[in-house]
Every structure is written in C-alpha cells, then in structure tokens.
Design a protein around this ligand. Structure first.
Ligand code: UT7
Length: 324
C-alpha cells in the first residue's frame, strides 16, 4: 500500500498582548528604527503570565480542527515542536491532547528549535506514509518571552510568542508532484555549531531554565546559504524547481535572511509570505503561523506549491516542498 500525506486544515493563535518595538527603548539601548531596519520586526505578541505553551498550542489546535471540519478524536497523533515546554515533562503534546479531550492516539514533542516545525512535519509525513498514523496534527508552539535576557539587546527585541497547527491526513497512492500533499523533505543538522544559538541552562547541567544566547551575525551569514541549499534539495527531490513555487513560507527570523534566501532561489518577494513584522521570531511556531495567515487571507490556494524552510539552534535546518 502506498500512501501520501495531504493537508486537511490549519489554524493559529496569538496571545492578546501586542508589544511594539518602542517598548524595548525603555529596557535596553535600542530604537524602533534599529529593530525595523536590521530585523524587519515591528511588533510581537507576548503570552499572559497565566498562559503556558500548551495553552497556545491548544488554541491553535482547536482552530485547525475547525478549519478541517474534524473533531479531536479524529486525530491519531499530536506532534508539538517546541523549545519552551510548560514543564520538563510530560510533553506539551500530551498536555494538548488532554486539553482537547482526546481519549485515543499518541502524542510527543520534537525539539529542533526554530527548525522544529519542519522536523515535526517531516516526522508526521513519515508516520502517515509508513501507515503508523492516518491523521496527524503538527503544532509549533512557543513562549520564548520566558527565556529572554531582558538586558541583552541583541536577543530580547527579536522573539515573540504564538502557535500554529497543521493537520495532515492519509490519501491512497504515491501521487505525482501535481497532487496535493507533502512532496519532499530535506533535514540537516550540525552539532559542532551549537555555540551560535543556545540556552545557557537546563535540567542536567545548571538545573535552571537559562536564557537565550546568540551570536547573531555569524548565524546570519550562514543562514541564507544553508536555507537556499536545503530549499533547492527539497525541490530537486520533488522533481521541481523554484519557478514552480507559488509561495515560500519561510521561518521568520530576519527580513534580510528571508529576502536573501528568496533572491538566491530566484523567487521574487511577492511570492513570499512575511508575517515577521507582526509576530517577531516565534521559533518553531513561525512557519505554521505564516502558513495559517496566508491561507486565511486567501493568498495560499488549493493546489499551490509551498516551500517552507527554517534554520535555528543546533544548528538544525531543513525544507519541505508541499502542494496545498
Ligand atoms: O531563528 C533562529 C535563527 N536566528 C537567526 O537567524 C538570527 C540571525 N541574526 C540576525 O537576525 C541578525 O544578526 C541580528 C538582527 C540579530 C543583528 O543584526 P546584525 O546586522 O547582524 O547586527 P550585528 O550583530 O552585527 O550588530 C551591529 C551593531 C553592534 O554594535 P557595534 O558593535 O557595531 O557598535 C551591536 O551591538 O548593532 C548593535 N546592536 C543593536 N543596536 C541597537 C545589536 N542589537 C541591537 C539593538 N539595538 N537591539
């Protein structure tokens, strides 16, 4: 039996509190102008004190279920991509499963930082293609505001909180690149570069939560090259090229990285979904958030070829070609 994974529905959730760049002018030596021109970010959302990552994930999951016309027990598997779980364990995915009222299936988290959604989606695809699951919900959910160093202007102005969820279902037949579904995936990591972006605390080292540490400029210089390479690999595996792409749905870290990658791929910016100005960098949540916004405002249409790409701590990076 040959199967493929097709998108059934998508949704997202952003916390109510919107924080403009000007807020940081009172915290660190920065300016709205610097943040806009160097990163492209204008505002971001921060979760309320009583909102945990699983609460954001649950809201996004409900929106995706409604969009797909499904109920929680129609789902076999919940995968949450996050680096900011409520607790060390259990997983955000099992908490979300219970919040949704699911009484069946299985749930687990994946951790590949900003590339987490790409890794989670690739895992979901493998579960469906191998026949281990029929309907999988992949959620990217983060509360990066909880791991910011509010004295570090190089990081605290960049990140935001949010969640997005995509539901995949099984269809019979391998299909062709003209058919809907996940067409190809390309995953990479290089643990030698872990010092470029990490959190300086953890369970078995410091016993603390820690804060984000980033060497922004060296990371920036690697990002465009690696993202363009992985995007090209995913498209090549799918037997397609950049001209076929209707929309790049990139990880939203920096507008200059998004522009540089699109330029290297030969895709114009009017074929790129950009939500960075409103969301900041929401790590694993940024791709499903952007995809959900693109679908709900009508830009992404049934049958469009989407190319997602992301890079983050690890380093870990990857891309997925899918037809919506
Ligand atoms: O999502 C995971 C992947 N993340 C990324 O890929 C992020 C990659 N990096 C970036 O997006 C960019 O490197 C940043 C936005 C973080 C920084 O932009 P940059 O153009 O690479 O700036 P820089 O780090 O080279 O810093 C330039 C200057 C420095 O001052 P000096 O040394 O030239 O005097 C920084 O101290 O800008 C200074 N600076 C700031 N100034 C005002 C750094 N942060 C700020 C700030 N406000 N918030």
């Amino acid at each position: 039996m040959t199967r493929r994974a097709v998108p059934l529905g998508i949704g997202h959730y952003l916390p109510d509190r919107i924080v403009p760049n000007a807020y940081f002018e009172g915290l660190v030596d920065t300016s709205d102008e610097w943040i806009r021109t160097r990163s492209g970010i204008e505002r971001r959302h921060f979760a309320a004190d009583d909102q945990a990552t699983s609460d954001l994930a649950t809201r996004a999951a409900r929106a995706a279920l409604e969009n797909a016309g499904l109920t929680p027990n129609d789902i076999d598997t919940v995968i949450v991509a996050t680096s900011t779980p409520d607790l060390t364990f259990p997983s955000v995915a099992t908490m979300t499963q219970s919040n949704l009222g699911m009484t069946r299936g299985f749930a687990f988290d994946v951790q590949a930082v900003c590339a987490g959604f790409v890794f989670g989606l690739s895992t979901a695809n493998a579960l469906i293609v191998s026949g281990q699951a029929n309907r999988v919900m992949v959620i990217g959910a983060e509360t990066f505001s909880r791991i910011m160093d509010w004295t570090d202007r190089g990081t605290c102005v960049l990140f935001g909180d949010g969640a997005g969820a995509l539901i995949l279902g099984a269809e019979e037949g391998a299909g062709t690149s003209d058919d809907r579904g996940i067409l190809a995936t390309d995953l990479n990591s290089d643990g030698r570069q872990r010092d470029l972006l990490y959190v300086d605390g953890g369970v078995s080292s410091t016993g603390t939560i820690g804060k984000v540490r980033m060497q922004g400029n060296p990371l920036f210089r690697q990002a465009v090259e690696k993202l363009a390479q992985t995007a090209d690999s995913a498209l090549t595996k799918a037997g397609l090229d950049a001209e076929d792409v209707a929309w790049i749905v990139p990880h939203q870290a920096n507008i200059r990285i998004i522009q540089g990658t699109a330029r290297k791929m030969g895709v114009s910016m009017d074929r790129v979904i950009v939500t960075l100005q409103d969301h900041g960098n929401t790590s694993a949540a940024s791709i499903p958030l952007a995809m959900s916004v693109g679908v709900s405002d009508g830009r992404i249409r049934r049958g469009d070829l989407l190319l997602t790409e992301a890079i983050g701590g690890g380093l870990a990076w990857g891309a997925i070609a899918m037809r919506w």
